[in-house]
Ligand binder design. Structure first.
Ligand SMILES: [Ca+2]
Length: 311
């Protein structure tokens, strides 16, 4: 780990356990004072996806992409674009023989996604966050088309509530299964661009091509087969699921993670993050890689992308 990396981690709380413990004590105080209801509003489980009737299926081909109109987004800023991801099945996780595999990855198993959904073509940018929230928390602030970072999972829920209030659809974080389904885009290789990291520079920002350990403008690298950019690398991406250790499991239908769970500090749940980031090794940007952070944690290489429910 480089000196600059260590310095940023100390500044930005990648493992700021002391601060988290203090915040959890504050949470406990609020809980005792009866204020937990407000916090519970942030603890949004994966909501049900919108149903997709047979009639509406016919419209899928006509609505492969859509652009979300954010009222306060500067004209020159990158628009919030969504790509239609059609329902289907895939093999989630990795085989035990896959190079670079970690014990946190799911064993290979079949997953069926029963409802089509829209996925963000890019990670949510600083300008998009600011248009909705009125401020920009990013460590690399002042770069409107870079991904927003330093956004705790819980604050992302606040962003999503405000976005939903604009009346342009129902937005949420992707489930871990939706994220991997969209990342793989029909592929079964280590990356959506193959098994070799030799081509990684064409498709992702990671430790190997980002010596300064800085985020990059979204969409500069080639997309995956379904048109999504930066699924591998740039910022790590929050998913809606609570963290759970992997185990052998049979076929899953729309898995959403465990209904409850607690972190080491017992109050704030660990949530799943995917895709690797600017400081990650290539193998930690593979489609099946998975990691976790506490829902109040934040980091300069941890952001998110959105799902918009279909239609
Ligand atoms: Ca990413």
């Amino acid at each position: 780990m480089s000196i600059i990396n260590v310095k940023r981690r100390l500044q930005n709380g990648h493992t700021f356990s002391g601060i988290v413990l203090l915040m959890e004590l504050v949470f406990l105080f609020l809980l005792l004072c009866g204020s937990a209801e407000e916090l519970d509003k942030n603890n949004v489980d994966s909501p049900k996806l919108a149903s997709c009737s047979e009639g509406s299926i016919e419209k899928l081909a006509e609505q492969q992409t859509m652009t979300i109109d954010l009222p306060n987004l500067p004209e020159e800023a990158k628009k919030m674009e969504m790509v239609l991801i059609k329902a289907g099945s895939f093999m989630m996780g990795s085989s035990k023989e896959e190079p670079g595999r970690t014990d946190f990855e799911w064993p290979l198993h079949k997953v069926t996604i029963t409802k089509s959904f829209y996925m963000g073509k890019y990670e949510v940018t600083q300008a998009q966050w600011e248009a909705v929230m009125g401020r920009n928390p990013s460590y690399f602030h002042g770069k409107p088309n870079h991904p927003v970072e330093k956004v705790p999972w819980r604050t992302c829920q606040k962003f999503i509530r405000r976005l939903n209030a604009l009346g342009q659809g129902v937005f949420r974080l992707p489930t871990e299964a939706e994220w991997e389904y969209a990342c793989r885009a029909g592929t079964e290789t280590q990356f959506s661009f193959g098994d070799s990291a030799e081509n990684a520079d064409k498709y992702m920002w990671w430790r190997g091509n980002n010596k300064l350990d800085e985020t990059k403008e979204v969409g500069l690298k080639l997309p995956n087969p379904w048109g999504l950019h930066d699924m591998h690398g740039n910022v790590l991406e929050w998913c809606s699921d609570r963290w759970e250790l992997p185990y052998e499991r049979g076929t899953q239908i729309d898995p959403k993670g465990p209904p409850s769970g607690f972190s080491f500090f017992f109050l704030f749940t660990n949530r799943v993050m995917r895709g690797g980031g600017i400081g990650s090794r290539a193998q930690d940007c593979r489609s099946s890689w998975r990691g976790r952070e506490q829902s109040m944690d934040f980091h300069y290489s941890l952001g998110f992308r959105l799902v918009r429910e279909y239609p």
